[in-house]
Design a protein around this ligand. Structure first.
Ligand code: ACO
Length: 460
């Protein structure tokens, strides 16, 4: 069986168009600090009329193959995770086949996985399981997480975002799965769902979604701890992993989530929680589960106790989710990308725990072991290829009024046919795919911005 199966290479793409949360807050008439401190968000990326989940995934897959020098014929499985519905039948994966058909490779398994923000994790597990299985043919798996997160006007709107992430899967990976250390919690809830097929916007019960998320987190952490104890013969505590990466709808929920894990460790009486912290959390020890989700005092006390460890174990994962917003299926992996960007030189030999959550609800906590990889699959090369800082720097901030105008245009276009886009590509970097037209049979057409078209757009 293949050993150390996991992620060999990653690339990330997010639109260069964005709106500052501080400006949006003022525009929306929210109290100052609500989006920036209250939700913990800095900026939000969004697609204009020339970008969508298909163009973003075409861009990120092409870029990954080129930058790591991967022959497209060597891809044997391609799985997409997304909750952005463009077509109820035709998968996003089939659009991506355009990249591989050119090279004569049509022998590629896999389709799309959908359940809110969890689809990317399902796609990732499918690829990892395939490489570990008897049907593996020795080629690479490729996972794509792609979403455009948009909300109707109102309190949820600042928790949008957009991105696509591609991950190459194979053996001897620098980011290897500890396959036995994986725990899920799945249940039926109406916290966030998209029953209105005529609209891109979800129906969302914001407060319920927060409680569902934390409840799923508790359950996954308990199961994972039990499994660890069974395999390792000792209890698991937060000290047993270097970093914790969370699905990030907005940063405040990530802060609350890590605090919740600290509270779990306190209840388990692990050595991770010191005497001073025990004293602060003591008054909450007898709360029932339900009471503990509603207790604002517990939330405050546990966040305060957790702060130094949050800064060490979580903060390095928060860059892209704070700057780009919720990317749904790509959010968790954008947090992981941020960790590699910030810490690639010190990650080898470290365990990282990830928590994936998708409303409705599905959740899994799983463990990765990081190792030195061989070029081009080394952690430092992955950081170089992703160029997170460069991509953030070359963005264009739009005023909130313009953002709202674009959202209105996109609402109008959603599900419609017979339109030609603006083809305004001056903000796209060379190599980016964009939507040119949806014809009278709803067929979508894309082009790639080439370096020549980039030069002529710049007037050279
Ligand atoms: N300065 C500082 N903080 C402020 C200010 C201010 N001026 N005003 C409000 N706040 C704080 C609040 O106290 C609150 O923080 P707390 O939870 O630590 O107390 C925070 O800002 C948010 O304020 P709320 O009044 O709770 O916000 P509201 O209810 O209007 O909306 C919500 C927040 C529910 C998250 C909404 O944005 C939403 O529905 N988003 C989509 C759902 C979502 O993302 N759910 C997460 C899991 S599911 C998924 O991934 C899609």
């Amino acid at each position: 069986m293949a050993k150390n199966v996991g992620i060999l290479a990653i690339d990330v793409y997010f639109p260069s168009t964005c709106v500052q949360q501080e400006a949006l807050e003022a525009h929306d008439g929210a109290s100052k600090g609500k989006y920036t401190i209250g939700l913990g968000q800095d900026c939000m990326a969004f697609c204009t009329d020339i970008e969508d989940v298909i163009s973003m995934s075409l861009t990120v897959v092409t870029s990954l193959l080129e930058k790591y020098g991967i022959d497209p014929k060597l891809i044997g499985r391609l799985e997409v995770g997304s909750e952005t519905v463009i077509d109820k039948s035709k998968s996003i994966k089939t659009f991506l086949m355009q990249i591989f058909e050119k090279y004569g490779n049509t022998d590629i398994e896999g389709v799309d996985s959908t359940n809110a923000c969890y689809g990317g994790t399902a796609a990732l597990f499918n690829c990892v399981n395939w490489v570990e299985s008897s049907s593996w043919d020795g080629r690479y798996g490729l996972v794509v997480c792609t979403d455009s997160a948009v909300y109707a006007e109102g309190p949820a709107r600042p928790t949008g975002g957009a991105a696509a992430i591609a991950m190459l899967i194979g053996p001897d990976a620098p980011i290897a799965f500890e396959s036995k250390l994986r725990a899920s919690y799945m249940s039926h809830a109406y916290d966030f769902y998209k029953p209105n097929l005529a609209s891109e916007y979800p129906v969302v019960d914001g407060k319920l979604s927060q409680t569902c998320y934390l409840m799923a987190l508790d359950n996954c952490y308990k199961s994972l701890s039990l499994k660890y104890e069974k395999f390792e013969g000792k209890p698991f505590s937060l000290a047993d992993a270097e970093y914790f990466v969370f699905h990030s709808p907005y940063n405040k929920l990530v802060q609350k989530s890590f605090a919740r894990l600290v509270f779990n460790d306190f209840l388990k009486n692990t050595s991770f929680v010191d005497e001073a912290a025990k004293e602060k959390l003591g008054p909450f020890a007898t709360l029932s589960g339900d009471e503990s989700y509603q207790s604002r005092d517990l939330e405050k006390a546990s966040q305060q106790v957790a702060k130094p460890q949050y800064d060490a174990k979580v903060q390095p994962t928060t860059l892209l989710p704070k700057q780009v917003g919720n990317m749904y299926t790509a959010s968790l992996y954008a947090a992981f990308v941020s960790l590699i960007h910030n810490k690639h030189s010190t990650l080898a030999g470290k365990r990282v725990i990830l928590f994936s959550y998708g409303s409705g609800l599905t959740a899994t906590m799983f463990s990765l072991q990081l190792r030195d990889g061989k070029h081009p699959f080394s952690l430092s090369n992955i950081a170089t290829v992703m160029d997170v800082a460069g991509k953030l720097k070359s963005r264009k901030e739009f005023p909130p009024e313009k953002f709202v105008e674009i959202m209105k245009l996109m609402e109008h276009r959603y599900g419609s046919k017979e339109y030609v886009t603006s083809k305004e590509t001056s903000l796209l970097s060379s190599g980016t795919f964009y939507l040119t037209e949806v014809d009278n049979m709803y067929r979508r057409f894309y082009e790639q911005k080439t370096s020549e078209s980039a030069l002529s757009a710049n007037g050279h």
